[in-house]
Design a protein around this ligand. Structure first.
Ligand code: 13P
Ligand code: SF4
Length: 354
């Protein structure tokens, strides 16, 4: 009946729940969340900021408005007496699903046969807790788009080469940024269980092994769109998320995390023109918040993240109503055995941040 309930009633109930729980309840909201949800967030941020926020919070209940891997991370960074809830269990991340634990174990076995003990695993936080645990257990760490450069440099200080899971684009863009030539990167295909090399690079020369995963939202931005924007409006600045392909990031004027995109546009001068290559809720919000600037999506058909958008007013209201009755709907609890090692990877990531 939440679908038929009036918006006013849902808003009233959410406000009541927030007042009822006070500081015992924390609602973190990722920048890709819907407007109807983000209005109730106690704090908004990119993945790194929200992880840091949860790590510091002592709220008894965290109702995470984001996707599943973010709620898992929140659970692992908080104490046992804290409860993390995700308003809709179907709010996953298609990229995180592109690397399973079984595939990772199989890849690691094959790669260590090739490279012995010269390899360290790194995973983007957009991955399951089990993948994070795998990395923690094998001397590796997590990273987000905010600290990818630092973490890739750190990893290359540990071992000669690294396996980067699960986003090949963030991995390639980051490695290129720190000066690794594309020829020294290869792609690991989890389905064929084999390494796809560029041209005739020798196995020995490969420094970065990129998992063949991608974001279905950010793959929709292309160099052709950038060319079209520039042709129409030569004074337009193109800013994209580093989950976009290498060619798109190279062709754009700037690339960075959602937080970086927000900061850059906030600081831009009035009258400036922007084409933004990231999720549509964030692009629309930026356009609304900066009416003095021209802000539009790089892709004219916009790009929604379907899973981020699963969290809506109905689900938030339902979760909070049930919470008031003592029912924990969609509680996210990572098993202890996984948390133990995933925390190692997460702590290495959080330590890298000044
Ligand atoms: P940020 O860490 O930049 O917020 O990105 C999260 C994400 O899922 C991007 O697709
Ligand atoms: Fe996952 Fe892409 Fe959605 Fe981010 S935008 S949550 S990477 S599917």
């Amino acid at each position: 009946h939440y679908r038929t309930m009036s918006t006013e009633e849902k808003v009233k109930r959410i406000r009541q729940a927030k007042a009822y729980f006070g500081s015992e309840l924390l609602i973190p909201g990722h920048h890709y969340q819907r407007e109807e949800v983000i209005q109730f967030a106690d704090a908004t941020g990119d993945s790194l900021q929200l992880a840091q926020l949860c790590a510091k919070s002592d709220a008894a209940f965290i109702v995470f408005c984001g996707v599943h891997f973010m709620a898992e991370t929140a659970d692992m960074l908080t104490s046992r007496r804290q409860t993390v809830l995700l308003p809709d269990l179907a709010a996953g991340c298609s990229m995180a699903d592109m690397a399973t634990h079984a595939q990772t174990k199989r890849a690691w076995k094959s790669l260590t046969e090739l490279y012995g003990n010269t390899l360290v695993p790194l995973t983007y936080v957009n991955s399951t807790a089990a993948i994070k645990a795998f990395c923690g257990e094998h001397g590796g760490a997590c990273l987000t788009s905010s600290n990818a450069k630092e973490m890739v440099s750190w990893a290359l200080g540990q071992k000669e080469r690294l396996l980067f899971l699960p986003d090949q684009h963030l991995g390639r863009n980051t490695a290129a940024e720190i000066g690794i030539p594309l020829e020294q990167m290869a792609v690991w295909c989890p389905h064929k269980n084999e390494l796809e090399r560029v041209a005739d690079t020798s196995l020995e020369d490969i420094k970065i092994i990129l998992w063949k995963g991608h974001c279905s939202v950010h793959e929709k931005f292309t160099v052709t769109q950038i060319d079209e924007k520039r042709a129409k409006s030569p004074d337009m600045t193109i800013i994209v998320h580093p989950e976009c392909s290498y060619d798109v990031v190279q062709a754009a004027d700037d690339a960075g995390s959602t937080h970086h995109i927000i900061q850059v546009i906030q600081q831009a001068h009035s009258g400036s023109k922007w084409a933004v290559g990231t999720e549509m809720n964030l692009v629309n919000r930026l356009a609304k918040q900066h009416p003095d600037k021209q802000i539009e999506s790089l892709n004219p058909f916009m790009c929604p993240c379907l899973t981020m958008n699963r969290i809506d007013l109905e689900h938030l209201c339902w979760t909070l109503d049930l919470l008031r009755e003592g029912v924990y709907q969609f509680k996210i609890k990572v098993p202890e055995a996984i948390t133990k090692y995933a925390k190692v990877a997460l702590d290495r990531m959080l330590l890298s941040v000044k």
